[in-house]
Design a protein around this ligand. Structure first.
Ligand code: SF4
Ligand code: SF4
Length: 285
């Protein structure tokens, strides 16, 4: 059972809920938690993880390199690179690795085979056996690198090798490649939103992806009491898909500052989270 926690918008409470669901499910079944936000992983912080047992470099991206000895300076690579990744400095052509997408067009057009496209280490995969009795698989894309969607695919492969009944995936914000890679092949999506016009609008965008992949879903309104009237609109809109609401509580912020899961804090939202979990459990088991 793969349960993804997603939201079209950042800061809605995905990781807080994903960490809580991991803890709650782990009391009944074998869980693996998977942080799929490889640009800004923070699920570990919600679980009090500050170091990892395994850290492995990973290569899911390629970059071009020009051999200056072979290059005859024809400029075809420069003219054909759609990403502006080839620069002409004096009479030399060089690749800017921060802009190169590894598409290989420069290699195709080069008349003297002066271009090679080589794999690069663009991130790492980390695994930690948390003190809560389940493992966390997390990834990190290197700054300026591309290939986040492929790193998420790789993360999921590694997480799948660990014996588990339920995988909780914490998706990145937005609707880009890493989110698509997180939602694909999931059994259920928990869509977390907050009562703001932008979050409500982004909820519609993530729903398009979830529907595209035919993933069943439910909606949680976090910090609902910040704007009860928008919350009511979202709840009405969600209909039978509504899973529950979670109140705003400063103690939730204090939890992550203290690297402590919300469920072991004194927060008043614990009961609300447990009620959301109970609904998800009934719908998914
Ligand atoms: S591999 Fe593609 S993006 Fe990179 S330099 Fe060559 S043409 Fe440009
Ligand atoms: S296409 Fe090849 S030969 Fe021409 S400038 Fe680029 S690397 Fe040099």
């Amino acid at each position: 059972m793969n349960i993804v926690v997603a939201s079209g918008k950042g800061g809605t409470g995905k990781s807080m809920l994903a960490s809580s669901l991991s803890l709650l499910f782990s009391k009944k079944v074998k869980v693996v938690a998977c942080d799929c936000d490889v640009d800004a992983p923070n699920l570990g912080l919600w679980l009090g993880v500050t170091s990892y047992d395994v850290v492995k470099p990973i290569s899911t991206s390629e970059k071009a390199e020009i051999d200056s000895e072979k290059c005859i300076g024809c400029g075809r690579c420069f003219e054909n690179c759609s990403f502006g990744a080839i620069e002409k400095i004096d009479s030399n052509f060089i690749v800017n690795p921060l802009l190169c997408e590894g598409c290989g067009v420069c290699r195709m057009v080069c008349p003297v085979e002066a271009v090679k496209v080589k794999p690069v280490t663009n991130g790492e995969i980390r695994i930690k056996e948390t003190k809560w009795g389940f493992p966390l698989v997390s990834g990190q894309l290197k700054p300026g690198e591309t290939g986040s969607g492929r790193i998420v695919q790789e993360l999921r492969k590694r997480a799948n090798r660990i014996d588990h009944d339920v995988m909780i995936l914490d998706a990145a914000a937005g609707i880009g490649c890493p989110v698509i890679a997180s939602v694909t092949n999931c059994d259920y999506a928990v869509l977390v939103t907050e009562p703001t016009p932008s979050a409500f609008s982004d909820l519609g965008r993530i729903l398009e992806i979830v529907n595209h992949f035919k993933v069943s879903y439910g909606v949680v309104v976090n910090k609902w009491d910040v704007n009860p009237s928008i919350s009511e609109k979202i709840i009405k809109w969600s209909g039978e898909r509504f899973l529950g609401r979670i109140s705003y509580d400063r103690e939730v912020v204090n939890s992550i500052v203290a690297l402590r899961p919300v469920l072991v804090s004194k927060s008043k939202v614990k009961g609300e989270i447990i009620s959301v979990y109970e609904k998800i459990r009934k719908l998914t088991t």
